[in-house]
Design a protein around this ligand. Structure first.
Ligand code: SF4
Length: 414
């Protein structure tokens, strides 16, 4: 396909596609899907080889947010039955972080619900960053605390943060449809503040909120213009008790096309497969590793992911390798300019759960998995758990609220 050859050539040159070419990727047919994945996979391998960076979310403060982001289970008025708790103490957060690091994560993403931190909150998180860095040698720390006021990014940087995450989530034109308590411009401003403070900027999107192809292309081009080092791609987890609970409009094929489009627009950036992968990609997750070079290990902010061990097995089975702490994530030209995902002091991105804050929510699920299934079919007939709904039906059964790890007495999933 001429389109794909053109996009591969451009991706290898770090040249963006035209807007029409990006739209054409989203408009390809299922018959062309493997060709699309193969083409974007060439760009991914050129810049990132077969490495997969693992990131680990620690939800420092969960629920009870005064903001009204409609995709978020922690929003004002949310009826979702999520864990709700106030700030974890530094040692509690560090213990959770250590579980992720032991599972292979090289970056820890510290997320807190809320519009943005107070100066006292920045002090708290600074203590937590220092504790985590003291107790987990070489780990990258990304903070995701919402909208930043003047001087806060600099203070986080001074405390040892490597990166700051704040997602744009959707296009400027539709931003007001999903949130009324802050603006798209507020979000852009915070990404600039992170950049200006020398933090590695992480900013991404949430797909599946009812947006058009044009909206998706708009937000991805807007992200490219912000020049983040990492771009988390979340797929909406429609939580019961939130306004978007009925927005089940993604298929595995659609998710793969979106990821391919993001890779073509942001060829040399860390593209992170974030919340919702287990719910929407399901058994097609391994194909997404040909497009994204980074994932979250284990659970999300308010929802459970597939078992950390299953993540590691998936990476190995698909022929990829977990990126070690001794490797620089970003290509040399980006890492040299101070980008993240790289040097010893780079950072992350994600409060969301997939989504970044604005993102903190949680997109994200997956959990059932380890405890689903009867574990006994071999040989015999089908058990009840084999009565899986047809793929055309919403897989509400795959959304599981997080009940373990940070904020609980149960061990984290890593
Ligand atoms: S995304 Fe962040 S700011 Fe928005 S409601 Fe959720 S926790 Fe609050």
């Amino acid at each position: 396909m001429d389109l794909l050859n053109t996009l591969v050539d451009k991706g290898l040159r770090r040249e963006p596609p035209t807007r029409e070419e990006a739209l054409a990727v989203l408009d390809t047919s299922d018959d062309d899907l493997l060709d699309v994945v193969a083409a974007a996979g060439k760009v991914r391998r050129h810049w990132f080889g077969r490495r997969v960076k693992l990131n680990y979310l620690v939800n420092l403060k969960s629920g009870l947010c005064p903001e009204d982001c409609s995709y978020c289970s922690q929003r004002l008025g949310s009826k979702a039955d999520i864990l709700k708790y106030t700030w974890l103490k530094p040692d509690e957060a560090s213990k959770a972080a250590a579980a992720g690091v032991a599972g292979g994560a090289k970056r820890v993403c510290l997320v807190a619900s809320g519009r943005g931190p107070t100066d006292r909150d920045v002090d708290r998180v600074s203590d937590t960053i220092k504790t985590i860095k003291d107790q987990n040698e070489g780990v990258e720390v990304c903070a995701c605390l919402g909208l930043l006021s003047d001087g806060q990014a600099e203070r986080l940087r001074a405390a040892g943060a490597d990166a700051y995450n704040h997602n744009l989530n959707t296009s400027e034109a539709t931003y007001g449809d999903i949130t009324s308590t802050h603006t798209y411009a507020d979000r852009v401003d915070t990404v600039h503040k992170a950049h200006d403070a020398g933090l590695s900027a992480c900013s991404g999107l949430i797909a599946g909120m009812g947006e058009s192809d044009e909206d998706l292309v708009d937000v991805v081009f807007s992200l490219r213009a912000l020049d983040p080092d990492s771009v988390p791609v979340n797929f909406l987890i429609p939580f019961e008790g939130t306004p978007l609970a009925k927005e089940w409009n993604l298929t595995p094929q659609r998710c793969l096309r979106i990821l391919a489009m993001v890779r073509f627009v942001c060829p040399d950036v860390e593209v992170r497969l974030a919340g919702g992968r287990e719910v929407h990609l399901r058994t097609m997750q391994p194909l997404a590793l040909h497009l994204a070079n980074s994932i979250f290990l284990g659970d999300y902010l308010t929802s459970e992911g597939q078992a950390g061990r299953a993540d590691l097995e998936m990476i190995a089975d698909a022929g990829f390798e977990v990126e070690g702490a001794d490797r620089v994530t970003l290509p040399e030209h980006r890492a040299a300019s101070g980008g993240c995902g790289s040097h010893e002091d780079a950072g992350c991105g994600s409060h969301e759960d997939g989504a970044g804050c604005g993102s903190h929510e949680g997109v994200g699920c997956g959990s059932h998995r380890d405890d689903a299934g009867c574990g006994s079919h071999e040989g015999a007939g089908l058990c009840d758990s084999a009565a899986v709904p047809p793929v055309s039906e919403p897989r509400t059964d795959l959304v599981a609220v997080r009940r373990r790890g940070a904020g609980t007495d149960l061990a984290p999933n890593a």
